[in-house]
Design a protein around this ligand. Structure first.
Ligand code: SAH
Length: 267
């Protein structure tokens, strides 16, 4: 199969398959063109929260739409059941699109879905999406790896899943504090007080710049520029809003974009 054929989604095959598509951070125009093609050729679309409804409209009107997100913080459909749905629908010979917020393989449980599909011998492919950290950086004008300040960037979760023990796969905040990397913290707002304290204990200054970006790249984006010492208060302010926390010297660049935008407004 040539490369070109491999990424053609408009010829339904007798065999079912699944395409895991990254929906990006929210706005429909941040979907990739490859993701768009997959949606146009979807016979079934399985989607969750943080996915823009406009993206569902791209699917043919005949496509079956299955919602598997969270309601009021509770998983509406357990992960195992989601994988079962993907397998069942694909076994009916359909092209199933699994549409996930951001990138499907960044804190998105895409790995579990891939394993389940592989075990069931269902062919699948993955279409990347703009992940929240990249969206937040761009949305606010923070160069995550500005060469003068950071030669590494870390994507880390602030919310550890219940099954994890203290020493297994757990974010080691003290170690992260020593890397000098820009830290992009997903799902961290609720635990901001503990995270910022651990980073300061690990050696970062309380004055280290922090940006918390809620609803990055969406019309209701809000940007909160602060420091490690002052950030915990945002835990209450931003409760329940999808937010990305960026820690590091590069955060200072956010002010540059804000200044430029206000100049534009004046001009
Ligand atoms: N797969 C997704 C992440 C899923 S985890 C991705 O690659 O982006 C969900 C977390 O992502 C949220 O709690 C929040 O921390 C972050 N997030 C998702 N969309 C966001 C947005 N538009 N603005 C800020 N943070 C966002």
């Amino acid at each position: 199969m040539s490369k070109e054929q491999k990424f053609t989604y408009d010829s339904p095959t007798a065999n079912g398959r699944v395409t895991l598509v990254g929906a990006g951070p929210g706005p429909a125009d941040l979907l990739t063109i490859r993701g768009l093609r997959a949606l146009e050729a979807a016979e079934v679309v399985v989607y969750d929260d943080l996915v823009n409804n406009d993206l569902l409209d791209i699917c043919p009107s005949t496509a079956k739409r299955i919602y598997v997100g969270k309601r009021a913080g509770v998983h509406y459909v357990p992960q195992e059941k989601i994988s079962e749905i993907l397998i069942e629908e694909a076994r009916l010979g359909q092209h199933v699109v699994r549409l996930k917020g951001g990138d499907p393989l960044v804190f998105g449980r895409g790995g579990e879905e891939m394993s389940a599909l592989a075990a069931a011998e269902i062919p699948f492919s993955v279409v990347p999406g703009v992940t929240a950290a990249i969206a937040a950086g761009a949305g606010v004008g923070i160069p995550l790896t500005h060469r003068d300040h950071a030669s590494a960037v870390v994507f880390v979760t602030g919310h550890e899943c219940a099954g994890k023990t203290a020493n297994r796969n757990h974010a080691d905040w003290a170690a992260l504090a020593k890397t000098g990397a820009t830290l992009c913290i997903y799902m961290g707002v609720r635990r901001l007080p503990e995270i910022t304290e651990a980073l300061v204990e690990g050696g970062l200054m309380g004055t280290t710049p922090v940006a918390v970006i809620a609803n990055a790249t969406l019309p209701n984006q809000s940007v909160h520029l602060t420091t490690l010492a002052e950030a915990p208060i945002l835990s209450t302010t931003l409760k329940g809003q999808p937010s990305l926390i960026i820690v590091g010297e590069v955060v200072r660049w956010a002010e540059l974009q804000q200044t430029m935008q206000s100049l534009q407004l004046v001009g």
